[in-house]
Design a protein. Structure first.
Length: 80
C-alpha cells in the first residue's frame, strides 16, 4: 500500500492480480490489471511505492519485474 501527495491510496491486490486506487475520501476510484505478463497485467503484484513526482513503482513477483506507471495506470517502463 502507498499514498500520493493528494491522499490517494494505491493497493497491490496480489490475489486478484491488480492495483486498486482509492480517493482521499476512501472511495474506490480505479482498478488496473489482470492476470498475465503483458503491459497492465500482473502475476502477484506485491509492493507498491509512489515517488515525489507521483509515479508508481510496482513489484510484480511472479513476472520477476518492477513496473513504472503514471497515476492513471498507464505503463511507462518495465524492468523485464
Amino acid at each position: 500500500m502507498a499514498a500520493d501527495r493528494y491522499g490517494n491510496v494505491y493497493v497491490a491486490d496480489s490475489n486478484n492480480h491488480r492495483i486498486q486506487k482509492f480517493s482521499a475520501d476512501g472511495k474506490l476510484s480505479e482498478l488496473w490489471g489482470s492476470r498475465g505478463a503483458q503491459d497492465s497485467q500482473f502475476s502477484s503484484p506485491m509492493r507498491i511505492a509512489v515517488d515525489p513526482a507521483g509515479f508508481l513503482y510496482i513489484t510484480d513477483r511472479d513476472n520477476n519485474r518492477i513496473v513504472k506507471y503514471d497515476t492513471r495506470g498507464a505503463t511507462l517502463r518495465s524492468s523485464a
